[in-house]
Design a protein around this ligand. Structure first.
Ligand code: BES
Ligand code: ZN
Ligand code: ZN
Length: 482
């Protein structure tokens, strides 16, 4: 879809007018609109009304509510953009937005919401009628010449970010028979190929054995498809001396292992959300090259049952030598991430680590589906992630790295155990297990157990994979550029 900046309304299938509550219709509107507009549209957040007019250059006009002016923010605009898209049906190919306020940030959010909402996972849909219909042009009317000259670049950026979020959703929505560890590796290689500042390495089973990544290997042992450690590296005029490392959990299917799950198994294809999120951030990095040194690591495996599968009570050896008793094979995310974290700490001596993972179902119990659970071992590092999440309007909520619970990580017969019934605080225990392998490196953790997936359609997030935290981590990196 082409995004174009115009100085006036031109012929199009739909004219979209975002509208503040309590404000009058823009004075530059046609008589037809004034005649049809009965005042029963309250412009409440995401409220919409479609008006039709014959023989005009804009046969349809959609009013979209922005809510109260003093309560509006980037996200009310982003949501309004998403709500507008929901009314874009088949015959509509060209759309023009006529904003009430010429503010590039707000308008960019509206465009972003519009693009993010225009999404459907359709790789396996064969009926053309069920496919998302293609849009040809999105025009934005700006009267200010100065803004017109800046707008194209800003909207392009929004488009790149929205496309990366949608590619991330595609990976997560993909069934596990189309999104294996090897497939994640191929996707990462494709991303690296699109940038001259990026490289990619994919460690296969053999290499992982050589490196002695016993935890990742142990999780992957029950599956035919071998585990993979996927490493992306972006380095371009780096302002940071030590790299930033982003790590994602890439469990392409989580059956629970020998501790087999008993419900919601169909959903467990999305257990590679963390890996897809990291790749999503690198998709943006490949196009909007930030002057930073950033490493992305995806720890990928399938957690299945097989005669070679790791059994409850087995002891695995982490990359850094720590022995881990597998007291629950379904707590596999922390195992694969522990090798990735230990590798990052030793290999890159990073400025800091952020990991993203659908680590615990307990995150849903604690915070529901909107929020990601957040933990950090370093206030300054953690605050950067919090600030980024706030700016992206992707809510996160901090849980403590509560010292007294750390004793429950101990195992009778190994250095640590991956699960202990004792403290019940499932999300905190998952985080504490990961922190154990950071060895004091600044670390922050996003548990997307609840926030990776939505069962209801939201203004700019259709049902299924949310694609959350790509924008947060992108903002986080952007803020690192001085
Ligand atoms: N992938 C799951 C966590 C999960 C569950 C995410 C439901 C999203 C929805 C994870 O590997 C897991 O099974 N965690 C266990 C941990 C427990 C065995 C300590 C859980 O949350 O029940
Ligand atoms: Zn599990
Ligand atoms: Zn899992």
């Amino acid at each position: 879809m082409k995004i174009e900046i115009k100085d006036k309304i031109t012929k199009c299938d739909l004219l979209v007018i975002p509208f503040y509550e309590g404000k009058k219709l823009p004075s530059n509107q046609s008589v037809a609109l004034k005649n049809q507009y009965q005042g029963d549209f309250g412009a409440k957040p995401n409220e919409t009304v479609m008006l039709y007019q014959k023989n005009k250059i804009t046969p349809r006009i959609l009013l979209v509510g922005l809510g109260k002016h003093d309560k509006s923010n980037l996200d009310t605009w982003r949501q309004a953009g998403g709500s507008a898209l929901k009314h874009v049906k088949k015959p509509i190919k060209t759309i023009t937005i006529l904003p009430p306020k010429e503010d590039l940030e707000l308008l960019g959010a509206f465009v972003e919401g519009f693009l993010l909402a225009h999404y459907r996972y359709e790789d396996f849909i064969t009926d053309d009628d069920r496919k998302l219909h293609k849009l040809e042009a999105l025009n934005v009317v700006l009267s200010s010449k100065d803004l017109r000259s800046k707008a194209a670049g800003h909207f392009k950026e929004m488009e790149i970010i929205a496309n990366a979020v949608k590619d991330t959703r595609d990976m997560i929505n993909a069934p596990s028979n189309a999104m294996s560890p090897a497939e994640i590796g191929r996707a990462a290689q494709g991303i690296a190929k699109s940038s001259t500042k990026m490289t990619c390495k994919v460690f296969d089973q053999k290499k992982l054995e050589k490196l002695k990544m016993g935890c990742l290997l142990g999780v992957g042992a029950g599956a035919k498809e071998g585990p993979k450690l996927v490493i992306l590296e972006h380095k371009y005029k780096a302002q940071n001396k030590k790299p930033i490392v982003l790590i994602g959990k890439g469990i392409c299917f989580d059956a629970g292992g020998i501790h087999i799950k008993t419900h919601n198994l169909v959903e467990m294809k999305y257990d590679m959300t963390g890996a897809a999120t990291v790749l999503g951030v690198f998709r943006i990095l490949a196009k909007l090259k930030l002057p930073l040194h950033v490493i992305g690591i995806a720890a990928c495996a399938e957690n299945l049952l097989g005669e070679a599968a790791t059994k409850p009570g087995d002891i695995l050896k982490n990359y850094n030598g720590t022995t881990v008793e597998v007291t629950n094979t379904d707590a596999e995310g922390r195992l694969v991430l522990s090798d990735a974290i230990a590798y990052a700490v030793k290999q890159y001596k990073p400025q800091g680590i952020v990991d993203v993972a659908t680590l615990t179902g307990a995150a849903i119990t604690a915070l529901g589906y909107d929020m990601s659970a957040f933990m950090a071992n370093d206030e300054k590092w953690g605050n950067k992630v919090k600030e980024a999440a706030e700016a992206a309007y992707e809510p996160i909520w901090e849980l403590p790295t509560y010292e007294p619970y750390k004793k429950h990580l101990k195992s009778q017969i190994a250095d640590v155990a991956n699960y202990s019934r004792g403290p019940s605080a499932g999300t905190i225990m998952g985080g504490l297990f990961l922190e154990h392998f950071t060895k004091g490196t600044p670390w922050a953790h996003l548990d997307m157990g609840g926030s990776a997936w939505t069962k209801e359609s939201l203004p700019y997030i259709p049902k299924g994979a949310t694609g959350k935290n790509v924008r947060t981590l992108w903002k986080f990196l952007e803020n690192e550029v001085k």
